[in-house]
Structure formats: C-alpha cells, structure tokens
Design a protein around this ligand. Structure first.
Ligand SMILES: [Zn+2]
Ligand SMILES: [Zn+2]
Length: 82
C-alpha cells in the first residue's frame, strides 16, 4: 500500500491503481524515471516535466532532440581538451 500524494488515502501500489477518493493515478505519480542528463542521472518522479536537480527536460524527447543533446555532450568533451 502507498499513500495518495494528493489526499493521503491508502491506495494499492500495483501498477495502474487509481485513488478511490480523489481519482488520482497514484502509480503514475509515484513512478520514477532516470534523468537523461549523463552527469546527473537523478531519480525523478514522472510528474515532473523537468529534472529538479539539473533542470533538463525529462519527457517527450524526440529522437532528434536526444541525438542533438548527445552530440552537444561530445562537443563539450572535445572542447575541454583544447
Ligand atoms: Zn487521493
Ligand atoms: Zn537531471
């Protein structure tokens, strides 16, 4: 059992469970994802759109955005050496 973050009612922690009191999708809110920023890698709740630690965007990445970001990182590394 987990507590609903909105109304603190006890809700089953199984995937897809919804709070019977307020209807919040509890499992979704409590689910955590890794920050895609390689220097950060913080565990962040899925309800955030941006990482609270480094401020990078957490979801709705397009592949192009992701590749662009990875490329920027490589450029940073190369520039450091000079
Ligand atoms: Zn609730
Ligand atoms: Zn981060």
């Amino acid at each position: 059992m987990i507590k609903c973050p909105r109304c603190s009612k006890e809700v089953s922690s199984r995937p897809g469970s919804i709070c019977p009191r307020c209807g919040l999708k509890v499992s979704e809110v409590n689910e955590k994802i890794r920050c895609p920023e390689t220097s950060c890698r913080a565990l962040v709740s899925k309800k955030f759109e941006y990482c609270p630690k480094c401020g990078c965007k957490l979801k709705n990445y397009t592949l192009t955005e992701f590749i662009k970001m990875a490329r920027c990182k490589i450029d940073d590394k190369l520039n450091e050496k000079e």
